[in-house]
Design a binder for this molecule. Sequence first.
Ligand SMILES: Cc1cc2nc3c(=O)[nH]c(=O)nc-3n(C[C@H](O)[C@H](O)[C@H](O)COP(=O)(O)OP(=O)(O)OC[C@H]3O[C@@H](n4cnc5c(N)ncnc54)[C@H](O)[C@@H]3O)c2cc1C
Length: 215
Amino acid sequence: MATHAAIAASDVIRRRFTALGEAAGLIGDPQVRHRGTLGGSLAHADPAADYPAPILAFEAETRVLGPKGERTIRAAEFFVDMLTTALGPGELIAEVRLPAPPAGTGSAYAKFPHPASRFAVAGVAAAVTLEKGSVRRARIGITGAAAKPSRAAAAEAALEGGPATADRIAAAAAKAADGLTCLEDLVASAEYRAHLVTVMARRALEAAVRRAGGA
Ligand SMILES: Cc1cc2nc3c(=O)[nH]c(=O)nc-3n(C[C@H](O)[C@H](O)[C@H](O)COP(=O)(O)OP(=O)(O)OC[C@H]3O[C@@H](n4cnc5c(N)ncnc54)[C@H](O)[C@@H]3O)c2cc1C
């Protein structure tokens, strides 16, 4: 029942899960943000929804209640396909749990919005953990570009284990669309969407590294 407006205004989310607060604050318009909910958005699984990117980057879990009892679904298994989730008939999302990020983590969300609805044509959330200037952990979630949201595994691997320099961030972001089958519609060609993913990935990674205390 948490509305996008409540999530965007939450102090603890802004501080600890900045990318989630940013994504919530960029959804639609004030009317949509005061009516729409996190649970409703996740259950609906619109391929252009914003939340899946930070939900994947923070490795969130949903606690689900249904006729057969209770279970937990990890973010990586939650999104199945366009408008399709791992929820079974009669199952409700009761809770979304976000593990506390390690010390030294900064995060950010960057999106290219549809000019009318503000849905994500491409949206990228990045959570980066720095240790003595080196990237200990990088988590990157992508939404809007393909039928189902996903992690950018090649970009994460390219960034981890070395310094968070501008060159390494750019090189990692250039891999953010690797393996994606991008959607093609009136708004954007598949090629343009793939390009947008790399640009949004660079912006999100740069901001995440800054917030993690890097350059
Ligand atoms: C004009 C407009 C612009 C928008 N722009 C954006 C945007 O920029 N970015 C973005 O991400 N979204 C956007 N949205 C989507 C919006 O954010 C809503 O989240 C979305 O429309 C779903 O509405 P809702 O959250 O009220 O859920 P509902 O409409 O109440 O529910 C959606 C579906 O999920 C089910 N459901 C609801 N809650 C749960 C639950 N807890 N557990 C299980 N199933 C549940 C319902 O039964 C229903 O099938 C936009 C919507 C509109 C109308």
